[in-house]
Design a protein around this ligand. Structure first.
Ligand code: SF4
Ligand code: SF4
Length: 60
């Protein structure tokens, strides 16, 4: 399982970047939206819980 960002819903507000205790959410320079790496993710879902657009969700 991994955490996935729905880039259609993401506005690039950056709230999820500050919420991640592992600094695992990064802002992409190309489209200013965010991406989540599986590398340091602890699957705590804090990023998903703070997103006002419900753009982050776990996916198989
Ligand atoms: S909180 Fe949601 S809308 Fe804002 S940057 Fe993160 S994923 Fe995108
Ligand atoms: S699930 Fe937790 S550790 Fe993983 S990216 Fe989101 S806030 Fe960070």
């Amino acid at each position: 399982m991994a955490i996935v960002v729905n880039t259609e819903n993401c506005t690039g507000c950056g709230i999820c970047l500050k919420a991640c205790p592992e600094s695992n959410v990064i802002k992409k320079t190309a489209d200013k939206k965010v991406a989540i790496s599986a590398m340091f993710c602890k699957m705590c879902l804090l990023c998903a819980s703070v997103c006002p657009k419900n753009a982050i969700a776990p996916e198989d």
